[in-house]
Design a protein. Sequence first.
Length: 91
Amino acid sequence: MTQTTEQLLQKRDKQYAEAWRKTGMMSHSLTAEIAHLHFAFPEGWYNWVIILNKLVRILGDPKHLDSWRDIAGYATLVVEYLEKEEHEIRG
């Protein structure tokens, strides 16, 4: 059976305790602190926001393994990017 969008949203809100709203509120309250990151390192900023969202989701469901895997994956993307950039600078 295919879920409707409404059913999926209700399931996710129940599972993650409205993480989408809480992440928005948290990132808004941190705007001044993270603004420099957005311009200095946009790739890192995007991943930072996604990791923040995954952390907030974990507050709603701390044993949801995929959220932990997602955090590891997004952090790995940043590490690999920075390692490649460092390698290119050093030649």
